[in-house]
Design a protein. Structure first.
Length: 100
């Protein structure tokens, strides 16, 4: 089968991001840690604009965060940074971590 559309090149993402939660089963009203590890996969300095937003869109996820919520992060070539947040769940049940 031959595709007659325009050719395109798919490039890999210039960053890698991983998230980890410690402990893995947090409790209500007990602080826990969330770590976002961001790695620059290029050989160039990169500037990231960070904006943590509530997935529900109404700022009522039931989680209180402390740490860098909005700002800029500068990464050198092939550099890794870990963004650490202290989080407190204010109600019981499942909660979705906001995307970074």
């Amino acid at each position: 089968v031959r595709f007659l559309g325009p050719s395109c090149e798919v490039q890999r993402a210039p960053f890698k991001a991983d998230v980890s939660v410690h402990p893995t089963s947090p409790r209500v009203a007990t602080p826990f840690e969330v770590h976002y590890e961001i790695e620059n996969l290029t050989n160039f300095h990169q500037t990231l604009e960070l904006a943590m937003t509530d997935p529900s869109g109404c700022n009522d996820s039931g989680l209180l965060f402390s740490g860098l919520i909005n700002g800029k992060l500068v990464l050198g070539p092939n550099e890794k940074q870990i963004l650490a947040y202290s989080v407190v769940a204010v109600r019981a049940g499942k909660a979705v971590l906001p995307p970074l």
